[in-house]
Design a protein around this ligand. Structure first.
Ligand SMILES: Nc1nc2c(ncn2[C@@H]2O[C@H](COP(=O)(O)OP(=O)(O)OP(=O)(O)O)[C@@H](O)[C@H]2O)c(=O)[nH]1
Length: 528
């Protein structure tokens, strides 16, 4: 049927939809995973960049501070070296007052210098840069004094910070050994660097609230540290993780160290000429504060984007599902319509009770065959059949039994029509017809007689029929129509023949043709 071609097979449509949903879901999944991956990667790389920048900043700062400390001590040491040269050449007391003024001048012109002192071989104060008279003090107990007394090297010695006995401030002692021409120890020359000089300088750097700047001796003695805690000056930091890290990796580099429960990035730098080092530590939390803020914001945006994508995906999925349901309903409706159309067509063409063609189809085919016979010049025959005493059958056996009888007649007519081109139809209540194209009268009588016999021989009981069984009467007519003739002429002639069959005793076949009107001729046909 044509209509069927427009109804796509359900399985075909489903096959196309499933990949669509799968492709959409896969695409969404890939987009979501990519978003998460890109976000993760960008957060990670931003963190690495931030830490690298922080490491570079601490490294630069450590280098600058180390250079500053180096220059400061070197300047002091240079002054000290000149004083040592004078004293060793002229003796401690030779230029006593002149050297005193000289020392005062040095200290007043050098901001980092706290004071200069010269001690004799016993540690007693011999000269100093103070303006007041020499106090009666002895420094033989000082670390630098003991060092020079026991070490012959002529280089400068930088000792651990000490509290000045003259000014009570914390200073860094830079000292040199004094010896006579024979190399015998004759005392110590000392220059003290003000630790406040370092403190002021270190305070000028922006290292955050939890940053840390440390300058200490290689032995671990703390010289100065920001944040400043006076009690810690001079104490040993040898056990601090930061110091251990420095000893383990003496090159200047940034390493993360957990110190005082604070996670810091440290950069170390040794002084070029003196046994000290500088360490700069920046808090990792502070360093990464901006990174965290940006990471939170960008992650929030990604999460929002993911939610929007998932929402859109869900909507798309729902829409596809809805479309599937609608298409399913549409297909079902289409199928129902096609089925309905089929049965409507059948109803329009076929008789509901007997299943053979109805009056409408009969009329249409009659006209068509009639016209064809006119065109082809062939013979067209018609058999009209009528159940005998059918009213009485109904009355006797009831209407439903009458229907069953009509169905039986219809079945006999359908099987008796012989050729496929012949049309068996129910044309009235208990009236039937067989249209026989390209058939002459004799052929039609043969067909009619065959049907009549098959019904009679079935012996279906009909007590109200004098024959005692169900019988039919047939009227037959055939003609070769010509232009101008009408199909109703064939029907009327067949009807006339049927009337003849009824009126002459029923259960018989009567032609409406003068050619076979004689008893003998009819008998010869019927006998064949
Ligand atoms: N059961 C049944 N009866 C029908 C149907 N159509 C018509 N009839 C009956 O068929 C009967 C026809 O009766 P008549 O036209 O008097 O003809 P008859 O009784 O067969 O008499 P003859 O044709 O002269 O032998 C009527 O009683 C109709 O009610 C049908 O579809 N079913």
């Amino acid at each position: 049927m044509k209509a069927d071609k427009h109804v796509p097979p359900v399985t075909d449509l489903d096959g196309k939809k499933r990949p669509l949903i799968a492709i959409a879901a896969s695409f969404l999944l890939v987009v979501c995973i990519s978003l998460v991956a890109v976000q993760g990667w960008s957060i990670y790389s931003a963190r690495e960049t931030q830490l690298a920048q922080s490491a570079a900043a601490t490294a630069n700062m450590a280098r600058a501070l180390a250079d500053h400390a180096d220059s400061t001590i070197e300047l002091v040491d240079t002054i000290l070296a000149s004083v040592v040269e004078s004293v060793q050449h002229d003796g401690i007391t030779h230029y006593g007052e002149r050297l005193h003024l000289h020392l005062i001048d040095h200290v007043s012109r050098t901001p980092s210098l706290q004071g200069m002192y010269i001690y004799d071989a016993s540690g007693n104060w011999a000269l100093h840069s103070l303006r007041e008279p020499i106090p009666v003090l002895n420094n033989a107990d000082r670390e630098y004094f003991v060092y020079h007394k026991t070490h012959k090297d002529k280089l400068a010695h930088v000792g651990p910070p000490i509290r000045s006995r003259s000014t009570d401030t914390w200073v860094l002692p830079v000292s040199r050994r004094l010896e006579d021409k024979d190399g015998n120890f004759i005392g110590v020359a000392l220059a003290t660097v003000q630790l406040s000089f370092f403190r002021t300088f270190y305070d000028s750097f922006d290292i955050g609230k939890e940053g840390n700047i440390t300058i200490a001796l290689d032995s671990g003695a703390l010289v100065m540290r920001r944040p400043y805690v006076q009690e810690n000056i001079g104490t040993s930091i040898a056990k601090e993780p930061m110091f251990k890290q420095w000893r383990a990796t003496p090159a200047s580099r940034a390493v993360p160290v957990d110190l005082d429960t604070l996670d810091r990035m440290y950069s170390y730098r040794p002084l070029r000429r003196y046994p000290l080092f500088v360490a700069v530590g920046l808090s990792t939390d502070e360093t990464l504060a901006n990174w965290w803020a940006n990471a939170y914001i960008s992650t929030a945006w990604v999460v929002i984007l993911l939610l929007i994508l998932m929402w859109m995906g869900l909507r798309l999925f729902r829409q596809v599902t809805l479309r599937d349901e609608l298409e399913e309903q549409l297909r079902n409706a289409q199928l129902a319509l096609v089925t309905k159309n089929r049965s409507l067509k059948l109803l329009a063409r076929n008789d509901g009770l007997t299943g053979i063609a109805n009056r409408r189809l009969f009329d249409a085919r009659l006209d068509a065959e009639f016209n064809r016979a006119v065109r082809d010049g062939t013979s067209l025959a018609l058999v009209l059949l009528d159940v005998d005493f059918f009213k009485k059958y109904n009355d006797h056996y009831g209407h439903p039994a009458g229907d069953a009888c009509l169905q039986f007649i219809g079945q006999c007519i359908r099987t008796g029509r012989r050729r496929a081109g012949n049309l068996a139809a129910r044309v009235g209540g208990e009236e039937f017809a067989i249209l026989l194209p390209n058939t002459d009268l004799y052929g039609a009588i043969v067909v009619a007689e065959s049907v009549r016999r098959s019904i009679a021989s079935a012996g279906r009981e009909h007590q109200a029929n004098p024959a005692g069984i169900v019988t039919i009467s047939c009227g037959v007519h055939a003609l070769v129509p010509t232009k101008g003739m009408e199909s109703k002429q064939l029907v009327e002639a067949a009807d006339k023949a049927l009337y003849l069959a009824k009126s002459t005793g029923r259960n018989r076949v009567c032609p409406d043709a003068p050619a076979v009107s004689s008893r003998r001729e009819r008998a010869s046909i019927l006998g064949s």
